[in-house]
Design a protein around this ligand. Structure first.
Ligand code: NAD
Ligand code: IPM
Ligand code: MN
Length: 364
């Protein structure tokens, strides 16, 4: 039996609904397996701007730093979209990633047999897909300086900079190779080396790191081609490693191989402290507060926490198996519901997954 401190940052919109669901599941695991989870809540994003005047209050960061792992919902919404850069909810998320050194964002994309008809793609294309996007999370286009508005010769301009230090590329690429070694032993490094100098350096460093992993195959792919290949023949991929913004875009695209963005979990691993777990999706203002959101991305993120931060593999398996089981039984939130299926609410989905974990004889 273990005792763990979990910082919970629900954020905005459906972030609240899906983290509530993930906590329910963690509490079920606590009961079923006799662990102790202490949840401590913090404000982030729009909720923090409204209550504290800043998207990442110091006390939130303190709670996270003292935790064993962080569970985050999502941030953002139309209410804050016209705010200046430093008062945007998204700024809070970028800050926490930087402050906690969360450099490696792992976004697994797995095909579920029972969801074949939820994806707009053909069964032959998506069958057996099991890939992992390793997205660099604390550098690249999101963080390079200069960034902002400037006026030159009376002309207004905006600038963002794609900048990487050598070490930043080394550590993310090394992480990708280490992960590939435990999987199908293939790394696809995605870049834009035909245009960008940062990508040419990325390629050089990737080649160097590959020398230490002779058992892993490395291929390079230009990002525009990668976007196409993900839809044409996604089974070719094992581990994809890429720059911050490329990874952001490709992972939303890849989510449709599973049927919905609401299915995709993620882990943001820290170079120095606790890691953070969050669904890939955002705050979904279009369905927020309606008890409609798919909680599975958040629940699978919690499973990643159990496995990667706490070393609780059996417990993580129990959550993942329960998710598979309810999907196989035909339970669907609206985003994955096909014709003829009654869509269940967020709460119904959570309750069913919970019941399966509690009932499952195979789990012990
Ligand atoms: P989004 O991911 O919030 O939503 C995109 C579409 O997917 C919407 O139609 C939404 O209803 C649907 N969707 C997303 N998650 C779902 C779920 N769990 N169940 C069912 N449907 C789901 O992206 P967006 O609409 O472009 O952005 C909305 C806000 O969220 C913006 O403010 C953006 O900055 C923010 N955002 C935050 C994060 C994060 O916190 N990690 C990620 C992406 C976007
Ligand atoms: C994500 C989101 C964030 C990102 C935004 C909200 C800053 O889209 O986590 O994928 O672009 O990283
Ligand atoms: Mn995104």
């Amino acid at each position: 039996m273990g005792s763990y401190r979990i910082a919970v940052l629900p954020g905005d919109g459906i972030g609240n609904e899906v983290t509530r669901g993930a906590i329910e599941i963690l509490k079920t695991i606590e009961t079923r397996f006799g662990h102790q989870f202490a949840f401590e809540f913090g404000l982030i994003g729009g909720a923090a701007i409204d209550q504290k005047g800043t998207p990442l209050p110091d006390e939130t960061l303190a709670i996270c730093r003292e935790s064993d792992a962080v569970l985050l919902g999502a941030v953002g919404g139309p209410k804050w979209d016209r705010n200046p850069a430093h008062l945007r909810p998204e700024k809070g998320l970028l800050q926490i990633r930087k402050e906690m050194n969360l450099f490696a964002n792992l976004r697994p994309v797995k095909f579920y047999d029972s969801l074949t008809d939820s994806s707009p793609l053909k069964k032959e294309v998506i069958q057996g897909v099991d890939l992992l996007i390793v997205r660099e999370l604390t550098g690249g286009l999101y963080f390079g300086k200069p960034s902002g508005r400037i006026v030159e010769n009376g002309e207004e301009k905006a600038v963002d900079t794609l900048l990487y230090k050598k070490e930043e590329i080394q550590r993310i690429v090394k992480t990708a190779f280490e992960l590939a070694r435990k999987r199908k032993k293939k790394v696809t490094s995605v870049d834009k080396a035909n245009v960008l100098e940062s990508s040419r350096m990325w390629r050089e460093i990737t080649e160097e790191i590959a020398q230490d992993f002779p058992d892993v195959t490395l291929e390079h792919m230009l990002v525009d081609n990668a976007a196409m290949q993900l839809i044409r023949s996604p089974q070719q991929f094992d581990v994809i490693v890429t720059e911050n913004m490329f990874g952001d875009i490709l992972s939303d695209e890849a989510s449709m191989l599973t049927g919905s963005l609401g299915m995709l979990p993620s882990a943001s691993l820290s170079a120095s402290g606790p890691s953070l777990y969050e669904p890939v999706h955002g705050s979904a203002p279009d369905i927020a507060g309606q008890n409609k959101a798919n909680p599975i991305a958040a629940i699978l993120s919690a499973a990643m926490m159990l496995r990667l931060s706490f070393g609780l593999a059996k417990e993580a398996d129990a959550v993942e198996k329960a998710v598979q089981q309810v999907l196989a039984a035909g339970l669907r939130t609206a985003d994955i519901a096909q014709k003829g299926h009654r869509a269940v609410s967020t709460e119904e989905m959570v309750n069913e997954i919970k019941a399966v974990i509690l009932d499952n004889e195979a789990i012990s």
